[in-house]
Write a protein that binds this ligand. Structure first.
Ligand SMILES: CC(=O)N[C@H]1[C@@H](OP(=O)(O)OP(=O)(O)OC[C@H]2O[C@@H](n3ccc(=O)[nH]c3=O)[C@H](O)[C@@H]2O)O[C@H](CO)[C@@H](O)[C@@H]1O[C@H](C)C(=O)N[C@@H](C)C(=O)N[C@H](CCC(=O)O)C(=O)O
Ligand SMILES: Nc1ncnc2c1ncn2[C@@H]1O[C@H](COP(=O)(O)OP(=O)(O)OP(=O)(O)O)[C@@H](O)[C@H]1O
Length: 573
C-alpha cells in the first residue's frame, strides 16, 4: 500500500530519471549483455541513435527508450510493441514468445533482442543505459522482511544524515534522492526505474541510499543488476502467500537478497517476528559474510533464541532495553569485543528498538569500523533526541501527548497486537493507569477472514474499541464494520466474564470516529488509530476521499484542549 500519487504513471517514471542521460549505442548494449553472460539474439535493424532510457511498460515509454517486453500474469508486454514504438521506443528486449508477438505486428525492422532471461537482462541493460556499471554508486543498503522495512530504512537514513552523509531512500512512503522527492508507487520500483534512480542519485551527489526490498522485488528480479553494500533482514511472518504459495517459498524469495553476488554483507536479526526459526535459517543460508543480531528482550518471543538454538552465538545482542518516554533506551553489545553502542529510539514499541538496532548495525557495516565512535556520539542521547527520535510517517507516529495520540500502519492481526501492547507497556513504564482507546476498520475487497480476528484482538488489548472504516473500496462499509464488530463483541463478552469491561462503539465516517476517541479520552489514556498510517486518501466506492488520520487526530486534540469537543457519543452507534 502506498500513498496515492497525483502523477500519471508516465510522469512518475520520468521523475525517477536523471535530468540528462548520455545513453549507449545499441551495439554497446548488446556487448554489455553478452559480457554479463546473458545470451541475447539480435534481429531487425539496429537504431542509429543512442538508447537513452529503458522501461517495461508501453504506457510510460519516452523517445529513445529500450522497451522491455515481459510476459505477465494477464498479458505479454510484447503485445504493446506497436504502442511502444509509436511513443518513441528504439528497440525491444524480450523473450522468444515476445519476439514472435513483435513479428506478428509487422515490425520486422524493429531492433529486437531476444533472450531466455529477460528480467535479468533488463537490469543489466538499464544499468548500461543509465550508468557507469555496477560499482558507480551510490553505496546501497537494502532492507527486507515482512514488517519493519519502512521504519528501519527511515531510521538508517536519519542516522546517516546525523553523521553527515548525503542520502537517498527508496520505499513504500517515498523515494528521495537528496532533496528531490518523488512519491512512491511500489515498495520496490521496477528494475528499469531503479537504475534510473541510481543515476538520479549520482546526479544529486547521494553517497548512501537505503532501499526497501519487497519479496516481489526479488521474485520478479526488480533488483537485477544492483549490488548492495549491506542487506538487512528484519523478520518473516505470514504474508503474501498469494504470490509465494508457502512460507518456505516466501523465505526462499527473501533469501535471494543475501546472495554473495548481490550483497557485500548481510545483517540478520535472528529472533524477529514470531520466533527465531526464520532468522536463524536466513543467517545459516546467507551466501554473504553475515553479522547476526539477537533481540533478546525486544524479540516478540524473548528468550526463544537461547532456548531453541543454544548453539547459535549472535555477533551482537540488544540488551538493557528500558522505557524512556514513549520510546526506549537500549544497548548493542558485540560478543567478540565486548564493545557497546548505546542508543535510544523515540518511536513507541519494543519492535522499534529492534528496527533501530538493525539500522545502526547496517550503517556500521556499510560505512566501516572507523564510523563506530561517530555512531556512539550521535546515538547515546535521551529517547526524545538524536537520529532515532525521528518520526516515520504513519509508523507509531506520536501526534500528541496526554492523552497520547498515536497513528500506526498496523493492518494485520500481528501488527495490531504489537501496536496495542506497546501502548500498554509505555503507560506501565510511566506509572500511568490509563486506558487504550482504539479506532480501526478493515479494508474492503481484501481477506475477509481477518475482520473478526482483528475485532477479537481489538477487544482483547484495548479498553475502548471504536469500529470505523478503512478503505472500503467497492464494498458496503456498514457490512465490513458489522463483520469486524462480530469479533469485537464476541471477545468483549468473553472479557466481561473475566471481569474486564470493554466499551464498544461503531462510528463513521472515520474523522468522526477519531473525534469520538479524543472526546472519550482522559489525560492518562492512549489513543491508537490503526491501519492507515501515512495514507491521505480513502477509497470509497471508487471515489478518493481526503483523509489523513494524523491531521484529524491533531485537530481533534487541539479542539479538546480548547474545550471545543462536546460530547460526541450521540454520533456513535
Ligand atoms: C501482482 C504483481 O506483482 N504483478 C506484477 C507483474 O504484473 P502482471 O504479471 O500482472 O503484468 P501484466 O498486466 O500481465 O502485464 C505484463 C507486462 O505488460 C506490460 N504492459 C501491460 C499493459 C500495457 O498496456 N502495457 C504494458 O506495457 C506490463 O508493464 C508488464 O510488464 O509484473 C509487472 C512487471 O513485469 C509488475 O509491475 C507487477 O507488479 C504490480 C505493479 C504490483 O502492484 N505489484 C505489487 C503487488 C507489488 O509488487 N508489491 C510489492 C510490495 C508488497 C508488500 O510488501 O506489501 C512492492 O514492491 O511494491
Ligand atoms: N520489527 C517489527 N516487527 C513487527 N512489527 C513491526 C516491526 N516494525 C514495524 N512493525 C509494524 O508493522 C507496521 C508496518 O511497519 P513498516 O511500514 O515499517 O513495515 P514494512 O515492512 O515497510 O511494511 P509495509 O511493506 O506493509 O509498508 C507498523 O505500523 C508496525 O505496526
Amino acid at each position: 500500500m502506498t500513498e496515492s500519487s497525483t502523477l500519471t504513471p508516465a510522469e512518475q517514471d520520468r521523475a525517477f530519471r536523471p535530468d540528462r542521460v548520455d545513453g549507449v549505442a545499441w551495439s554497446t548494449l548488446v556487448e554489455v549483455l553478452h559480457g554479463a553472460g546473458i545470451e541475447a539474439v539480435e534481429s531487425g535493424t539496429a537504431p542509429r541513435g543512442r538508447v537513452t532510457g529503458a522501461c517495461l511498460n508501453s504506457r510510460v515509454v519516452q523517445p529513445g527508450d529500450l522497451y522491455v517486453a515481459l510476459p505477465g500474469a494477464r498479458v505479454h508486454g510484447a503485445s504493446f510493441a506497436t504502442e511502444a514504438v509509436a511513443a518513441g521506443a528504439v528497440g525491444v528486449l524480450t523473450d522468444a514468445e515476445g519476439a514472435a508477438l513483435v513479428a506478428e505486428q509487422g515490425l520486422a525492422d524493429l531492433a529486437v533482442l531476444k533472450t531466455g532471461t529477460p528480467r535479468t537482462a533488463a537490469g543489466a541493460a538499464a544499468a548500461a543505459v543509465y550508468g557507469e556499471g555496477l560499482d558507480a554508486g551510490p553505496r546501497l543498503i537494502g532492507v527486507t522482511g515482512t514488517n519493519g522495512k519502512t521504519t528501519t530504512s527511515f531510521l538508517a537514513c536519519s542516522l546517516l544524515e546525523a553523521i553527515g552523509r548525503r542520502t537517498g531512500v527508496i520505499g513504500t512512503i517515498l523515494t528521495r534522492a537528496a532533496e528531490r522527492t518523488v512519491p512512491s508507487s511500489l515498495t520496490t520500483p521496477e528494475s528499469t526505474q531503479l537504475h534510473a534512480l541510481m543515476a538520479l542519485m549520482r546526479q544529486e551527489d547521494v553517497d548512501t541510499a537505503v532501499m526497501e526490498v519487497s519479496s516481489h522485488a526479488v521474485s520478479f528480479e526488480r533488483i537485477a543488476g544492483l549490488r548492495y553494500a549491506v542487506a538487512g533482514f528484519t523478520n518473516l511472518t505470514q504474508d503474501h502467500l498469494d504470490l509465494h504459495g508457502s512460507m518456505e517459498e516466501y523465505f526462499e524469495a527473501k533469501l535471494g537478497l543475501f546472495d554473495a553476488a548481490r550483497t557485500g554483507r548481510a545483517v540478520i536479526v535472528l529472533d524477529g517476528g514470531e520466533g527465531p526459526e526464520w532468522g536463524v535459517a536466513m543467517a545459516e543460508r546467507s551466501g554473504a559474510p553475515t553479522t547476526t543480531l539477537a533481540l533478546g528482550p525486544a524479540a516478540s518471543v524473548p528468550g526463544a533464541l537461547a532456548e531453541r538454538h543454544p548453539d547459535v552465538v549472535p555477533d551482537w545482542e540488544l540488551t538493557a532495553l528500558t522505557p524512556d518516554g514513549l520510546g526506549h533506551r537500549f544497548e548493542l553489545t558485540e560478543a567478540a569485543t565486548g564493545r557497546v553502542l548505546k542508543a535510544s529510539v523515540g518511536l513507541p514499541g519494543r519492535f522499534n528498538a529492534a528496527n533501530a538496532a538493525l539500522a545502526a548495525l547496517m550503517v556500521l557495516e556499510a560505512l566501516g569500523e572507523e564510523t563506530f565512535e561517530l555512531l556512539q556520539d550521535v546515538l547515546d542521547v535521551p529517547a526524545g533526541a538524536g537520529p532515532f527520535a525521528a518520526a516515520v510517517p504513519g509508523r507509531m507516529e506520536v501526534v500528541g501527548r496526554e492523552p497520547d495520540g498515536v497513528v500506526d500502519f498496523a493492518h494485520n492481526p500481528d501488527g495490531m497486537v504489537q501496536a496495542l501492547e506497546s501502548l500498554t507497556q509505555a503507560r506501565a513504564a510511566t506509572g500511568r493507569d490509563g486506558r487504550t482507546i482504539l479506532v480501526f476498520g478493515a479494508t474492503g475487497e481484501r481477506d475477509t477472514t481477518k475482520r473478526p480476528l482483528m475485532g477479537r484482538i481489538a477487544a482483547r488489548y484495548a479498553d475502548v474499541v471504536i469500529v470505523s472504516d478503512d478503505d472500503p473500496h467497492g464494498e458496503d462499509p456498514a457490512g465490513i464494520r458489522a463483520q469486524v464488530l462480530e469479533g469485537v463483541r464476541a471477545e468483549a463478552a468473553e472479557q466481561a466474564e473475566q471481569g474486564r469491561t470493554v466499551e464498544v462503539h461503531e462510528s463513521a465516517p472515520r474523522a468522526e470516529a477519531i473525534r469520538l476517541a479524543v472526546a472519550l479520552a482522559a489525560d492518562e489514556d492512549s489513543i491508537l488509530l490503526a491501519g492507515r498510517g501515512h495514507e491521505t486518501v480513502q477509497d470509497v466506492a471508487g471515489v478518493d476521499v481526503e483523509l489523513d488520520d494524523r491531521v484529524e487526530l491533531r485537530a481533534a486534540l487541539v479542539d479538546r484542549r480548547e474545550g471545543r469537543l462536546t460530547d460526541l457519543s450521540s454520533t456513535a452507534r
